[in-house]
Design a protein around this ligand. Sequence first.
Ligand SMILES: NC(=O)c1ccc[n+]([C@@H]2O[C@H](COP(=O)([O-])OP(=O)(O)OC[C@H]3O[C@@H](n4cnc5c(N)ncnc54)[C@H](OP(=O)(O)O)[C@@H]3O)[C@@H](O)[C@H]2O)c1
Length: 395
Amino acid sequence: MAERLNIGLFGFGTVGRGLYDVLEETRLKEARIRRICVRNLNKDRGVDADFTDNPDDIFGDPAINLIVELIDDADASYRIVRRALEANIPVVTGNKKMLAYHLRELVELQRATGTPLLYDASACGSIPVIRNLEEYYDNDLLISVKGILNGSSNFILSKIFNENMSYPDALRMAQELGFAESDPSLDIDGFDSLFKLIIITLHAFGRYVEPERIFVYGISSMNDDDIRFATEKKRRIKLVAHVEKLQDGRMIMCVIPQLISRDKYIYSVEDEFNGVVIKGKFYYKQFMFGRGAGGYPTGSAVLSDIMACFYHYKYEYKKLNSESVPEYTDDFVFRIYLRYSADEDLALFRFRTIREKYVSETSKYVVGDISLHDLYTIRDDIRGRNLFVAAYPEN
Ligand SMILES: NC(=O)c1ccc[n+]([C@@H]2O[C@H](COP(=O)([O-])OP(=O)(O)OC[C@H]3O[C@@H](n4cnc5c(N)ncnc54)[C@H](OP(=O)(O)O)[C@@H]3O)[C@@H](O)[C@H]2O)c1
């Protein structure tokens, strides 16, 4: 790497601007932004920088020796990252959606070109979870990674549970504060958490699983009955992403709201914060906590990747080649809470056991055991219906 990194930056939104300000304030001599490519050149950016709307102005500039890609368009992000790697220019990205769909081939491309792609900022904002999983946690000892990976939905849930705020007001506030993605359904329907889970799983267990294969369900249909149920049980609803290696060596993954009891670390993760619990065979549990979204926290994580590039750091993906890469399975039974309205909706769920059933004129719910596979099978049917599902683990 050269004496100084001359950055070609794509995107000047929440995170791009955050990175710009963090770099201005830290005044690092190792890195500076040379040119910024945006979509709309007519927007007033309020800073004295060299803007363009033509990617060729970045790729054609021989002085640029690092690409930092912070745009909200996953297809364009993929084209930029591929082009950078093929041109042997190291690249840093924050785009989890792009990574979740293309990680397998991007790992191969890094190997073929010998050029690094870093993306710690993509998984949990300011929490350095990827590099820790990559460097510190040994595959055989690691049992699970579980956490609140989406700051925006957690912010909304905190406002609802702690301040009795309405759902639309809480969502609007999350957007105004820059925590929500440009498309908020990515946050509240669980897809943002899913994308991060896929990235985390690759670094935790060496297995890449396509997004379409994983059960994902969010908080958009949660209502007052669900909040009341959780509160009566002294629990809180949190949107949890979860990967776990089972005793038979296989691995489950899912994103689902969970009724979390007070004794769990993630019970107290509030607002836009993220929390990740890493469980191992001998060290038991470790907890990482920090800001998972927002321009400055994410900008600072991007800066950390930039400096890692300066010092020639690369992900080695050691676990991909290990002999014990777990197979993905959804053959796993767990306890859920289901609030429903129509009996035909209840009939969609193939419960193995019903543990509790409540029916009144105004609300109906069931607590029972169901397999992840059966939930996955009905994933498209249950969206948009007047029902809500949450995992309800026994203590
Ligand atoms: N927001 C967060 O807290 C957060 C946290 C972690 C990761 N991320 C990830 O970081 C990335 C950026 O997020 P953000 O919240 O900063 O998005 P944002 O505020 O919506 O900004 C997006 C930026 O990308 C630019 N852009 C879009 N398409 C482009 C293209 N084809 N070529 C050049 N520029 C293009 C836009 O240009 P104009 O300004 O001209 O419209 C805008 O400056 C996303 O991948 C997101 O998932 C965000």
